[in-house]
Design a protein around this ligand. Structure first.
Ligand code: DTR
Length: 310
């Protein structure tokens, strides 16, 4: 059985590292019955084509960042709200539980193989950001809820997928970005962005989806391997991401002389206060879409608390 697996960013980045790990495990656990051909760097499907490309069979499997289509993935994007997710490991588990409970209809046409999140987002910039006055009007790149957060802080948010960000930074279209900081090393952003402001605000949720017909046609023993890997892969990726963020920060400081800026408790309180309306806005939109919005937020908060204690 040959399966194609599409991914949008370059091979060394975390969505592709987890893809290669999944491929290796699948090929091993099916004793070579399944061969997975991976396509990093948007070589088969691009960031925004991912979901439709898998639905219509251009790729059998695809990895997507749900922030790039916020309206389409309303339920799972609730995990991207500023709710205090402390790590990728906690975020990944909370996201998987959210998906499993609500089974959002936007995934009705695919088989969801796993989900995971990034570590919390921080500001990476060419100029230092120490106060809200510093971020005001600064052109910073983010997507989805993270873009709404930048807006609330007064930045000029510029939306684009991560895969378009290296060029935008290079050309000066943006002065920095707001994302998990493993990209400082993986995309070498530390060569241009000499400052990280630690805000630890929110995560970006990801999904790995499979074409429904291809899934339906798999033998039961292969389906069982994929199913057993769902939660395992979610945890593996969370742990990989958390460790890799630390590595990236250490490398940025030692090799690239990047300054890591910690906000004082007083300053941080001001930043957080500006984000209070973000959850309310999501609740309003989710209710308008007929979703049990408050229940979703309560469930997320409970999962975050539970997984944070483990
Ligand atoms: N933070 C999201 C997703 C993201 C974080 N790291 C990577 C690496 C490669 C691709 C996407 C991402 C974003 O900023 O787009």
């Amino acid at each position: 059985i040959k399966l194609t697996y599409a991914n949008f960013p370059p091979a060394p980045t975390f969505p592709c590292v987890q893809m290669e790990r999944w491929k290796t495990e699948v090929e091993k656990r099916t004793n070579g019955k399944v061969a997975v051909q991976t396509f990093p760097g948007g070589s088969l499907l691009d960031a925004k084509e991912m979901m439709d490309g898998v639905v219509n069979g251009q790729a059998d499997i695809g990895c997507l960042c749900m922030a790039y289509q916020p309206g389409r993935f309303m339920v799972t994007n609730a995990a991207a709200l500023p709710l205090g997710i402390p790590s990728a490991k906690v975020g990944s588990q909370a996201l998987w539980d959210l998906y499993s409970k609500y089974q959002p209809k936007e995934f009705a046409d695919v088989k969801v193989l796993t989900m995971f999140t990034t570590a919390p987002a921080n500001i990476m910039s060419k100029k230092p950001v120490r106060t809200l006055a510093d971020i005001k009007g600064m052109d910073l790149r983010a997507s989805g809820e993270a873009a709404q957060i930048l807006k609330a802080w007064g930045a000029n948010q510029v939306g684009m997928p991560m895969s378009s960000t290296p060029e935008a930074l290079q050309k000066g279209v943006v002065q920095g970005l707001f994302s998990s900081v493993e990209v400082m090393k993986d995309f070498k952003f530390a060569e241009l962005c000499k400052y990280i402001t630690m805000t630890e605000t929110n995560i970006y949720p990801f999904a790995v989806v499979m074409n429904q017909k291809k899934w339906d046609a798999l033998p039961d023993e292969v389906k069982a391997v994929f199913e057993e890997l769902a939660v395992e892969q979610c945890l593996w990726t969370g742990e990989y991401m958390d460790a890799h963020v630390q590595e990236s920060v250490d490398w940025s400081k030692a090799e690239q002389k990047v300054e890591v800026i910690e906000l004082s408790a007083e300053e941080k309180a001001k930043w957080n206060a500006l984000l209070a309306p973000n959850v309310d806005e999501w609740v309003k939109q989710a209710k308008a879409a007929g979703l049990p919005a408050e229940e979703i937020i309560d469930d997320l908060k409970a999962s975050i608390a539970t997984f944070s204690q483990k």
